[in-house]
Unconditional design. Structure first.
Length: 305
């Protein structure tokens, strides 16, 4: 179980870069970064398949299709939604909204498994709701009238990213916790190819306008980091976590992604969080921690064999 937790936290640290990368590559657009990132991800997977250990042999066609869809719709859809959320509403709102995902997955797991009393989840859910509301109200209040619509659109984009990630987490966990899960490296490769295919559909929206040398080098560096570390390595780590940890536990680890995302975002902006942002984030962490405690009291976390 310890290896699964380490793998999950490593994934969160790398996925948290999603909340700052779109702004770091300006004047290149989120579309440009999405295409470059996932083409690098898919290319790396194809190159690795020159070694038969990385080839998805023996995986049923229906499962291969699931992997391709997870990579295409899940990764590309989530990244585009999160990227535009950051562009529209800044560093604080998207990570905190995405931080509600562990609670939603906890609710879904509890519907399925009845592993915790609903009464014990009331406090965590209220803390999360208060934290999200506080940060969003603060962000909208800080915006001038001209930017009010942008902040609201950013919240909508954040909610879309949240929904996509919940669907991805449930589907991926179902595959990896099945009776005959695929090899982790092979499953990562299938998702990488799916992500590359999905990103190519965005080519009509790309600009890749010529920029100065420094901006171009920065874009290439971020694309490589996001493609190789933030996609391939992070996906493999999450596959390991999904196999070794119960869904209720691996879902709670995602709170670390939003914590990393907030830290990266504020570091990029060169500022400390405002009081409302800090309090909202603390409430969110407290809510997620309370949810973990509720599930721990009611359902022992069994280590995967």
């Amino acid at each position: 179980m310890l290896l699964g937790i380490i793998a999950g936290l490593t994934t969160c640290a790398l996925w948290g870069l999603t909340f700052v990368a779109p702004r770091a590559v300006a004047p290149f657009t989120p579309w440009d970064l999405t295409i470059a990132r996932y083409c690098i991800f898919g290319s790396a997977c194809l190159l690795l398949m020159a070694d038969r250990r990385f080839r998805p042999t023996g995986i049923a066609p229906s499962r291969l299709l699931t992997g391709l869809l997870l990579g295409g719709a899940g990764y590309v859809g989530y990244f585009v939604s999160a990227a535009f959320a950051v562009q529209l509403s800044g560093a604080a709102v998207p990570p905190v909204i995405a931080g509600t995902m562990p609670i939603f997955l906890a609710i879904i797991a509890n519907f399925r498994d009845r592993s915790a009393r609903w009464r014990s989840l009331t406090v965590p859910l209220c803390l999360i709701a208060c934290g999200v509301a506080m940060v969003n109200v603060a962000a909208i209040s800080a915006a001038d009238v001209a930017n009010m619509g942008s902040a609201l659109l950013g919240i909508v984009a954040s909610l879309a990213a949240l929904a996509i990630w919940i669907a991805y987490g449930l589907a991926n966990a179902a595959v990896m916790r099945s009776a005959d899960p695929p090899d982790g490296l092979q499953w990562t490769g299938v998702q990488g190819i799916g992500a590359a295919i999905g990103s190519l559909l965005l080519l009509p929206l790309a600009s890749f306008e010529p920029a100065d040398a420094a901006s171009t080098y920065r874009f290439v560096a971020w694309a490589l980091v996001m493609g190789l570390a933030g996609s391939w390595f992070a996906t493999w780590c999450w596959v390991v976590a999904s196999r070794r940890l119960p869904l209720a536990l691996s879902a709670q680890l995602i709170v670390a992604e939003t914590v990393f995302g907030l830290a990266y975002g504020f570091a990029f902006e060169g500022r400390l969080p405002h009081p409302a942002e800090a309090i909202g984030a603390i409430l969110r962490v407290c809510g997620a921690s309370s949810a973990i405690a509720a599930f721990s009291r009611n359902r022992p976390m069994a280590m995967a064999t």
